[in-house]
Design a binder for this molecule. Sequence first.
Ligand SMILES: Cc1cc2nc3c(=O)[nH]c(=O)nc-3n(C[C@H](O)[C@H](O)[C@H](O)COP(=O)(O)OP(=O)(O)OC[C@H]3O[C@@H](n4cnc5c(N)ncnc54)[C@H](O)[C@@H]3O)c2cc1C
Length: 417
Amino acid sequence: MRELKFDVLVVGGGAAGMAAACEVRDAGYTVVIVERENVLGGILLQCIHNGFGLTEFREELTGPEYAERFIDATTTGIEIMTDSTVVEIENANGAKTAYCYSGKTGVTVVRARAVVLAMGCRERNRGNVRIPGTRPAGVLTAGLAQRLVNIDGLIPGRDVVIVGSGDIGLIMARRMTWAGCTVHAVIEIQPYPSGLTRNIVQCLNDFKIPLYLSHIVSRIDGHDRVTRVDVTPVETGSPNYDKTFAIPCDTVLLSVGLVPENELSKEAGVKIDPTTSGPIVDARLMTSVDGIFAAGNVLHVHDLVDYVSEEARRAGAYVVKYLRQEYPARQLRVKPGANVRYVRPGKCDPSTENRFYMRPLVVKNDATVVIRLDSTEVKRIKRPHIQPSEMITFRVTEADLRERVIRDDSVIEVGIE
Ligand SMILES: Cc1cc2nc3c(=O)[nH]c(=O)nc-3n(C[C@H](O)[C@H](O)[C@H](O)COP(=O)(O)OP(=O)(O)OC[C@H]3O[C@@H](n4cnc5c(N)ncnc54)[C@H](O)[C@@H]3O)c2cc1C
């Protein structure tokens, strides 16, 4: 068995893994990225539409173009192991040992002082949403369809219905239309879309694809291949089957949510947050296991890659501080208040600048994010419009908390008014 030793191991070579590794390398530490695919880039490589990098590069790039800039940045000073999957991480006496399996080179043991988890997320499938009916061919997740069309050059069907209005489904509605297919409808159970507003406009409205809000696909039918779906409106919280109508189709694409990929994290003893399905992290993005950090979609599902890169760079910087044994003197608990689903990270270091990401629970115009320290207002941030599908980011700095009475058990609460 081959054995390698680095200061830092990064698991996953998508946007998050690459940004974290660059930060560690730039501080003079040795770092390896282990990636199960044969190239770096992660999910970006199949996202050939534009809309990436507006914050990071102040340009509108496609996913592969965005990935390429980071891939170029990783070519020197970072060890890259592609075609290798990390199958287990052990943590004994502060040292981390990872077992990496490759079909080409067998098992490699990587020893490191710190680990960054950057494994991204996976799609929820038909089993997760339990749509009744038969089990014909032609039912697949929108991300898989995206890979088939954009990377393998295969069109998975001609007459398409999309279940769920998440961003991947919306992007695929437009992509399948461009590929010559007919997208008959996007069906969304919630009374509001799950994807970004810009994707509703650019991917559905511009192509006159109907979006049925407050509707479910109540049945999938077909013998060998899908032949139709039944669609039922949701009225006052439950399906009204009297109003069910059928849409003939040969393909159903599911865009019903993403789940952070944390089997490896759980095996390593990392505690998982039931709200986000990602690791619980402190102000440094360090998980419940000392020296194991997390960033990107493995931590919580992000809507923009710019946020992933920013968060991962910060994780890399905190790893460097960890290696230098620079720890925050204290960390305050951060909790979601009114109308907020979650805020990450769940801790705040009052001695520095902290950046937070949060998801609202409500759709609201003229909203205000209100940040309080032990019930005393610290900051207000105005937002013209908020909705659950759009992440909100904000900062709490040392200056915001200066001259406040801070106890060790003080709590920062973030609410929306
Ligand atoms: C369809 C779609 C459209 C999008 N559109 C936009 C957009 O228009 N604009 C925008 O800004 N953002 C967009 N995003 C969001 C953005 O692309 C993602 O949030 C971001 O790229 C995720 O980066 P990541 O590194 O966290 O995860 P990923 O890119 O998923 O990378 C994770 C990597 O880890 C690897 N891995 C997992 N487990 C292991 C293991 N055990 N061992 C080794 N390797 C492992 C995987 O192979 C993968 O390469 C879109 C996302 C999708 C899916």
